[in-house]
Design a protein around this ligand. Structure first.
Ligand code: AMP
Ligand code: GLY
Length: 423
């Protein structure tokens, strides 16, 4: 069986390694992939947003199954275009990917179907947004409507910060058309939990919960990044919270999308905040999270490709989706300077003594050597019986991966371990 995975980061490397466990897979292609995946997939170099080329590649190579992992191609209709050519896919069509592609859509969906989320107002012109900020509760949260590389959210601690955010999104267009409309919403407080779920529109199977660490520096300081590390499971996501989420958020979201004629098939990502008034949705993503996937999939017992095929065929209820009760920790190693300016091109060396998985996010092949090629370079992932041991094991193994200008957070998992201790 020939499988292709659209995307080229650590999430895609994790998906590829897991799919490879299926004995029926003969070849696996990454579009574009990256130099650090060369032992696991044929990297094609075809860009993840180049829908025409992706479809052409799939047809020419008689691909049996495609996984579209990143948000951009999903929102651009990559799955629709592949399905038109008869290629089976894992991932939502564009009319369902809008749940991530438009914050105005997702907020209105939650309001219509009574799914708990922050109170909000939508603004289509700058003047009314600025007027609203004169008297809204502070802190407040300003969100660009469309995709903005995860940077379209500003938590404004003062009215001036809120106004600046509106001006930069709506007037200076720092996110292009993504900021033509903005959502201004209530500031919520509480621990955050990420839950990914497989769904085919009929059945929804949540995966093990996880916790992202978005800030660049220890103690959650520094700039927001694409994620500097993750742990799973998330200790804030108790059985009681999980039950409430299933009843008030997960199933109602799946059903709401069906009622809107936008059945969601694929991986639905729930970014949740556990507030004192119960769990609320901070954001939906139409895809696996990165770097959440790096800790969630290693805990999946069973065959990822089989589950993905069942989702595509709308028979998810017939397969078992089971997770081990172990814990996982991913420490992201990045290039010094990230998320700002950084240098690339440094050779990545991995000592054979390593006893952890390495999922590569940003690397290139130069003269047959794997060198750094991005801000987030790779994730070192360890699985163990307890979270404490998983964290210790991940950090023990980081020393076996070396490249010039490497930096990583030293406290991934500490917040979770403190929560476990306080329980
Ligand atoms: P996003 O880019 O949508 O993942 O949002 C980035 C981060 O902003 C989230 O992980 C939250 O920490 C924070 N955030 C988003 N919305 C709110 C809100 N309504 N209240 C408090 N924090 C928020
Ligand atoms: N880690 C957050 C995301 O994938 O959007």
């Amino acid at each position: 069986m020939k499988v292709m995975v659209v995307g080229g980061g650590g999430r895609e490397h994790t998906i590829i390694k897991k799919i490879k466990e299926n004995k029926n897979v003969s070849e696996i292609f990454a579009l574009p992939g990256n130099g650090g995946m060369k032992d696991d997939a044929v990297c094609t170099g075809i860009g993840a947003k180049d829908i025409d080329k992706i479809v052409e590649f799939a047809v020419d190579n008689k691909i049996d199954f495609a996984v579209v992992a990143p948000d951009d191609p999903l929102v651009l209709g990559c799955v629709d275009a592949l399905e038109e050519k008869g290629i089976k896919c894992f991932g939502p069509r564009a009319n369902a990917a809008i749940i991530e592609g438009s914050k105005v859509f997702s907020k209105n969906l939650m309001k219509k179907y009574n799914i708990p989320t922050a109170q909000y107002e939508v603004f289509t012109d700058k003047e009314s947004a600025l007027k609203y900020i004169e008297s809204c509760p502070i802190p407040t949260v300003i969100k660009a409507d469309g995709l903005a590389l995860g940077k379209g959210v500003v938590i404004a601690m003062t009215r001036d910060e809120a106004k600046d955010a509106v001006i930069s999104m709506m007037e200076d267009k720092i996110f292009g058309d993504s900021g033509s409309n903005v959502v201004i919403e209530e500031f919520l407080e509480g621990p955050e939990v990420s839950v990914l779920a497989f769904t085919d529109g009929k059945t929804l199977c949540p995966m093990v919960s996880s916790m992202d660490h978005k800030r660049a520096l220890d103690g959650d300081k520094g700039l927001n990044t694409g994620g500097m590390g993750t742990i799973a499971p998330n200790p804030c996501y108790t059985e009681d919270v999980a039950k409430v989420c299933m009843e008030t958020i997960f199933l109602p979201t799946m059903e709401a999308m069906n009622k809107e004629g936008r059945t969601f098939k694929g991986c639905l990502y729930f970014g949740l905040m556990i507030t004192k008034n119960g769990p609320k949705v901070i954001e939906y993503n139409c895809r696996f999270g990165d770097p959440e996937t790096q800790v969630v999939l290693p805990l999946l017992e069973g065959d990822l490709l089989e589950i993905m095929q069942a989702v595509a065929d709308e028979r998810l209820s017939e397969v078992e989706v089971k997770f081990s009760d172990k814990s996982a920790c991913c420490v992201v190693m990045a290039s010094n300077g990230y998320p700002g300016k950084y240098e690339t091109g440094f050779e990545i060396k991995i000592d054979e003594k390593i006893d952890a998985q390495v999922f590569v996010a940003g690397a290139k092949l130069v003269d047959n050597k794997v060198v750094t090629g991005g801000g987030r370079v790779l994730g070192v992932v360890a699985v163990a019986d307890t979270l404490e041991n998983a964290v210790a094991k991940a950090y023990d193994n980081v020393k076996y991966v070396t490249f010039d200008n490497a930096f990583y957070r030293k406290d991934i998992g500490q917040r979770a371990l403190n929560i476990i201790k306080e329980k």
